[in-house]
Design a protein around this ligand. Structure first.
Ligand SMILES: [Zn+2]
Length: 548
């Protein structure tokens, strides 16, 4: 949940509740569904466990009652095959060359994991190449891999993007605002496309926004992926992180200087720097295959049923977790994200009752968001409805109870034609717009809409500001702070009959209107010309038969 920065309130009066297009019973539906899904009986909705069928049944029952049809060729479920890989017996990292030989420990010097489903991972005699920020962005005329063949080599990559330290959001990589190119997921994907053996990101607390302890704890232990037909063979052999001090030592022994090279990497025309050092490390992999399920409901369109508008939200949460002081060990996930499924259900009801739109509307409850957006990733890689026939959509993740807000923020900034629709809706509702708070954190890249966006489908993601109609920013910040500090991913994220649904109703009313407008129009909104996702959409649309 959101914190916008203080801007003056909108000049128009805030519309009262009766002006909301969303039917008034949406509130009761959302409360019922949230209460059911977050009850102790559903044990915190851990995917791929014995409780999963009960959770899926609860969602399907609601989708049926709303009047949706099963969306996956007559079935409600889409199986999501997953693989869990745990590195065991890691070796230290050995680096030789230029007359030196050094080793760095696993956990304190480096961490790494395999994206490939293989019994063991060995990186041997792989030449280290410093590739700056590891970005290849043709639309920006930027290629950190220019002129080098990475086959058999290991990329050493800086975290974030070249202008992360800026105060403003101006610049090729949008200044302090996080871009896709600044995300670690992108860097590993690009290193794989370049054919590298392995990729190692240099950790640095400020641009990474978290300490080495976070890297260490999230990269040691089980890693989760969706199964792919090639068992991950198109990924690098190993992806990992090294401590900044390790990078400094390495570069020094190569006759280089990390801060000088980092400085060079911020300027256009940077060329990759082979370090004349070879790296060796490895580990065994314990592999466990499993599966979970997405729920797919559809309301077929009346005029162009083969064009689709999405509503998405994740049903999974953390299940049993670390007990709190009272001994409660169920992470119920009421806000995160029983509310999103409550909203999905209420939107299904409202749309069925208002009558089908020209285009089909898809209601997608995805799994395994908490494990790294895996359910949406699987759907987007194996779409039930082709992505070049998918106009766009709205994702809902963790709707925070509380009073109505005066304003909303576009998460990710103004990236696409969807911004104009968003602004028109705000104006009609008498709501203001504030900039996204903490744009450097890259929230746009951290929930399920991103799985669609990176494949070119324009997706809305916006947030209610903390500037409340009653109580203003002080009250809103306190509510948000209470959730982040006391409830987020904790057993106390529980439903209460005392919840104030006014803010959520306000938010879902916008989702309702925007989804319906998109589903009744014949336009195909696109990303802006210089956006990171424009090229992939244009390519898909150029090849499309009757879609975008
Ligand atoms: Zn969530």
């Amino acid at each position: 949940m959101p914190k916008g920065t203080a801007l003056p309130p909108p000049e128009r009066p805030v519309a009262d509740e009766t002006a909301d297009a969303l039917p008034s019973k949406a509130r009761a539906i959302m409360a019922e569904v949230t209460a059911t899904l977050s009850s102790d009986a559903l044990e915190g909705r851990a995917p791929s466990t014995a409780i999963e069928p009960k959770v899926l049944d609860a969602i399907i029952t609601r989708f049926k009652a709303a009047g949706l049809q099963p969306g996956n060729h007559g079935e409600w479920l889409q199986e999501v095959p997953t693989v869990e890989i745990t590195a065991t017996d890691p070796t230290p990292m050995a680096v030789t060359g230029k007359g030196t030989s050094q080793t760095f420990g696993y956990g304190d010097g480096y961490v790494a994991a395999s994206y490939r489903v293989v019994p063991e991972t060995r990186i041997a005699d792989s030449e280290l190449v410093f590739v700056g920020y590891g970005i290849n962005a043709p639309e920006l005329g930027w290629n950190d891999y220019a002129g080098i063949d990475m086959k058999g080599k290991t990329a050493v990559i800086l975290v974030n993007d070249p202008d992360y330290a800026a105060q403003t959001e101006d610049g090729l990589f949008k200044g302090r605002r996080m871009t896709y190119y600044g995300r670690w997921t992108y860097k590993f994907e690009e290193a794989a496309r370049q054919g590298a053996d392995a990729a190692l990101i240099v950790h640095d607390t400020f641009p990474a926004a978290y300490g080495w302890n976070v890297v260490n704890s999230s990269w040691t232990g089980a890693q989760y992926y969706v199964q792919t037909p090639d068992d991950g063979a198109s990924a690098t052999k190993a992806n990992g992180w090294i401590q900044k001090a390790v990078a400094e030592t390495l570069l020094k022994s190569a006759g280089q200087d990390l801060s000088a090279l980092s400085e060079a990497a911020r300027r256009p025309g940077f060329k990759p720097v082979p370090l004349g050092l070879k790296v060796r490390f490895g580990f065994d992999n314990t592999v466990r295959k499993s599966s979970s399920h997405n729920v797919v409901g559809v309301l077929p369109g009346t005029e162009r049923p083969d064009e689709y508008v999405l509503y998405t939200g994740h049903w999974d949460h953390l299940g049993h977790c670390t007990p709190d002081a009272s001994g409660d060990d169920i992470c119920n996930g009421a806000v995160d994200n029983a509310t999103g499924i409550g909203a999905l259900t209420a939107l299904a009801n409202a749309n069925v009752e208002a009558g089908a739109t020209a285009r089909s509307q898809v209601f997608l409850a995805v799994t395994l968001e908490e494990s790294g957006l895996l359910g949406s990733e699987y759907y987007a890689a194996n779409p039930v409805f082709p992505l070049d026939h998918t106009v766009g959509g709205v994702n809902m993740d963790a709707l925070l109870p509380g009073p109505r807000a005066r304003s909303f923020a576009m998460v990710g900034g103004d990236k696409s034609d969807l911004t104009a629709l968003f602004r028109a809706a705000l104006a009609d509702e008498g709501l203001g717009e504030v900039p996204e708070d903490h744009s450097e954190r890259g929230s746009y890249y951290r929930s399920d809409h991103f799985s669609f966006a990176k494949r070119g489908v324009p997706m809305f993601n916006f947030e209610r500001s903390t500037d409340l109609v009653e109580g203003g920013r002080a009250a809103g910040d306190a509510l948000s702070e209470d959730y982040v500090t006391n409830r987020y991913h904790a057993p106390s994220d529980e439903y209460s009959a005392d919840w104030n649904w006014d803010g959520i109703v306000q938010e879902v009313s916008l989702f309702y209107r925007l989804g319906r407008d998109l589903a009744d129009s014949d336009s195909w909104p696109n990303w802006h010309e210089d956006d990171e996702f424009r090229a992939v959409r244009d390519k898909a649309c150029a090849a499309s038969q009757g879609g975008c």
